[in-house]
Design a protein. Structure first.
Length: 259
């Protein structure tokens, strides 16, 4: 399918690895020029060069922490005008309700709620002026089914979801859509670390822990960054203009619901 976005320009945050990289690759395959951001410069430069070589698109890189005011300023300066924004940032650490104080919540809100809101507020006016734009916020399946030990993430991402629900319906008339993409467990460094922690805790091999994890999903596996990226690219395409303010869950059926 031709996604109709060749020649557009996208800012993809936290895109040197994992799900952000999957989204960047899928957009590049559709002919989109990229601004890639991550904290680690080495991995970022390697990802950018691989995408240039494979897809022959323009790729700009900016190594910065998108969760900080200074980092966002640097990224926005490098990005300039973009047609597509993919918001993404690592989640806060797990714990239990009694572990977290006000500073922990402020840090989580800065990274997973306020940072994407600030990027949207800065870039949406240009999209509105050009009568076309796409925003995809990578949040979490925990927005639909909260995970107790991820209370910081649950809270911050739920706040972002509420903001998007209202804002998306205010900008849709201008040809600009905002939607959220909710990942379950995918084949990333995070999934590997969780499996290794389970193996250590249960005294089994990594392979046994991964098999148990995979069998718990209705598909018998975890997702791939490539299929996640393909979903993101479709949400950024000309075919998704009537998708407004939605939370698209991509978890292999782990969350069981009729809605």
């Amino acid at each position: 399918m031709d996604l109709g976005i060749a020649g557009k320009r996208a800012l993809v945050c936290a895109s040197s690895k994992g799900l952000g990289r999957g989204c960047a690759q899928a957009l590049a395959e559709a002919g989109v020029d990229l601004v890639l951001n991550a904290r680690g410069e080495e991995a970022l430069l390697a990802t950018a060069q691989e995408i240039r070589d494979r897809y022959n698109v323009n790729v700009t890189t900016i190594a910065a922490d998108i969760a900080t005011q200074e980092g966002r300023a640097d990224v926005l300066k490098a990005a300039g005008e973009v047609d597509i924004l993919v918001n993404n940032a690592g989640g806060p650490p797990p714990g239990v309700w009694s572990d977290w104080d006000r500073d922990d919540f402020i840090k989580a809100l800065d990274a997973n709620m306020l940072a994407p809101i600030e990027l949207m507020k800065t870039l949406l006016p240009g999209m509105i002026d050009r009568k076309w734009g796409r925003v995809v916020n990578i949040t979490s399946a925990s927005v639909r089914s909260p995970i107790a030990q991820l209370g910081l993430s649950n809270s911050a991402r739920a706040g972002l979801t509420g903001y998007v629900a209202g804002t998306a319906r205010q900008v849709a008339q201008h040809g600009v859509t905002i939607n959220n993409l909710l990942p379950g467990l995918h084949d990333t460094d995070r999934a590997l670390s969780l499996a290794q922690a389970a193996a250590n805790r249960e005294g089994v091999s990594l392979e046994v822990a991964e098999e148990a994890r995979n069998s718990a999903n209705p598909t018998g596996r975890i997702g791939t960054p490539q299929e996640f990226g393909a979903t993101c690219a479709f949400m950024c395409s000309v075919h998704a203009g009537f998708m407004v303010g939605q939370n698209i869950l991509l978890d292999g059926g782990s969350f069981n619901s009729t809605t």
